[in-house]
Design a protein. Structure first.
Length: 118
């Protein structure tokens, strides 16, 4: 189950500079270089929908199908900045996606304004 979800999500990372890895139990971290916040937000909404469209059965007491929540941030970090800071922002966006009902994308743009699915 988790392998098919990871494979589907990874299929949306097309360049050799893009990266997806399991980060914790059911969490993944992705690094995608280049692109605007709006472009990445739209792209990851398509990835989220593709996972939903797999229709992988889930525990019926939780949800009918396996879905994903995506949180992230677009940054152009200064040379002296810490990637740990941006990872914390992306993690906060993921938490917000889960808190807002799951199966959605929540993204922080370059100015740390939040974009979310309705």
């Amino acid at each position: 189950m988790i392998a098919s979800v990871a494979k589907t999500a990874a299929s949306f990372l097309n360049r050799n500079t893009d990266f997806l890895a399991r980060y914790g139990g059911e969490e993944f971290v992705g690094i995608v270089l280049g692109g605007t916040s709006e472009k990445m937000f739209a792209h990851l909404k398509k990835a989220r929908k593709a996972v939903e469209d797999l229709r992988v059965p889930h525990d019926p007491s939780v949800a009918q199908w396996v879905t994903v929540s995506v949180g992230g941030v677009t940054v152009v970090p200064p040379a002296d900045s810490s990637y740990a800071f941006y990872l914390k922002i992306a993690d906060a966006m993921l938490y917000d996606a889960k808190k807002r009902g799951r199966n959605q994308v929540v993204w922080a743009d370059e100015r740390l304004r939040t974009l979310w699915e309705n």
